[in-house]
Design a binder for this molecule. Sequence first.
Ligand SMILES: Nc1ncnc2c1ncn2[C@@H]1O[C@H](COP(=O)(O)OP(=O)(O)OP(=O)(O)O)[C@@H](O)[C@H]1O
Ligand SMILES: [Mg+2]
Length: 428
Amino acid sequence: MSRDFRLLMEHLRDRSAEVELDVPAPQGSGGEATGARLERARQAAIRRGDRVARVYKVVDGRRSQVTDGSGQRPNLMTSVTENECRTLIAAGAKWVGPPEYIPPPKLYIESIRVRDFGCIKEVMFPLTPLHALIGPNDSGKSTLLEAFGVFTTRRADPASEVTVSLGKRAQTYLRGAWIEHSSSVEPKDVLSQNLSPSAPLSGLIAPVRVLRLDPDAMRQPTNLIAQGSPLEYNTRGQGLAAVYDALLSRRIDIFLEISKRFTTLFPTTRSIQLTNPSQTTKALGVELLDGRSVGADQLSEGMLYWLAFAALPYLQPAPLILIEEPENGLHPSRIGDVMRVLRDISKTSQIIVATHHPLVINELQSDEVTILTRTPERGTIATPLASTKNFEQRSKVYALGELWLNYADGEFERDLVADSTIPESVTG
Ligand SMILES: Nc1ncnc2c1ncn2[C@@H]1O[C@H](COP(=O)(O)OP(=O)(O)OP(=O)(O)O)[C@@H](O)[C@H]1O
Ligand SMILES: [Mg+2]
C-alpha cells in the first residue's frame, strides 16, 4: 500500500480534502538526452500503473490551496497504484488525467463455485459488491462464507474445490493449492498444464475479513494499538476499545462524529468513554446524561454491535468482508443504519452477509440476494432471489424482505424456490 493511501481515504471519507488523480507528470528539464530518458521512465511508470494523487484540503466547504507565483499547488502530492486509484475514485476522488488512462472499474467476485465443501456438493451463483445469503437454518450459509476462507488460510480439505471469478480472471483452490487462470477455462484443465500455484489475487480477494461479532469479546479490555499500526479488531470484535482509543488520539473528528450519532441513537448517554483497567489496556464505557459512568460489562449488546459497525470503515481496508448475521442484537430501527454503513463500504470492499432478517433484505436490490436451501440428495442449492417463481409479480406487491417472509417456510423455502426460473445446472 502506498504510504499516504490510508490518509487519502480518510480525507475522502470525512470530506476534509478533494483528491485529484492523474498519470505521473513529466519530470524537470535538462539536456535533450536527459529529457528523453525521463520521458521514457515516465511512460514506463504509466504502463506499470503508477499514478499520482493531488490533495487539496477543504476548509469550510472550499479548497484551501497553497499559492505560489506561478499558480495554485495542491497541499500534498503522492504516488498511488492503479488499484488504489480505483478505490479512491469509488470513495469520491476525481480522475483529471488523460481519459485513456482512467483505471478500469473495480473488480469484485462476480461468481463463486464451490464443490465438496462441508454440506455443499456443488453450488455456483453470481455475486454483487454487497450480497446477502438467506435461507433456512442448516442450509449452508455459514459453510459458504467459510468456503471463501480457503483464499486466506489454505486449511480446507484438499478434496474441496472453490473457484471465484473476477472479470476475466479467476482463482481456484484445488487439491490444497491456489491457481490463477482465465475465467473461461476449467480449473482442472489449467492444472493439467502444470502451472505453478499462485498467491490469492492480491488485493482483490485476500486478506478476507470475517466478522462474527460477540458482545463478550467486544467488552474485553484490550491492549493499545501501537502508534502507526493499522486499526484492527478481530473476528469476534475483540479489540474494539483499542480501535476507539486510536480514533480518539489519531482522528478526534471521526471519534466525535461517531459519538454524536451514538448519543442521538442512545438518548440516555452523553458520550462514549474509554477507561484504563490497567496501564496497557483500554475498555469501552459510556457516560450517562446524569453524569454516572457505565463500564463495558454493563453496556447493552446493541450498543456494542452498533459501535463495531460504526468503526468498520476505519479499520485496515480488506477487499472481502464476510459478516455473519449483521442484524444480531440490533433494534429493527437500527438495521437500516448498519446496512447504510455496509453499502458505503461496499464501494471499496466486497461484502457478503449471511442473514435471517427481512429488514436487511429490504435494504438490498433483487440481484443482491441468494437463497440457499438444502436437500439430503443434492446438498446445498443456491437460487438467486430474482430467479424465483413469479418474482416479477411478487416483487411489485412486496418489499424484498416481506416477499421472502411471505413465501418462505423456514424448512425448505419450498414455496419460494419451487419452479425457479433458473436451470438446474446453475443451481448446482
Ligand atoms: N462434510 C459434511 N457433509 C455434510 N454435512 C456437513 C458436513 N460438514 C458440516 N455439515 C453440516 O452442514 C450444516 C451446515 O450448516 P451451516 O452452519 O452452514 O448452516 P447455516 O445455513 O449457516 O445455518 P444457520 O442459519 O442455523 O446459521 C451443519 O449443520 C453441519 O451439520
Ligand atoms: Mg449460520
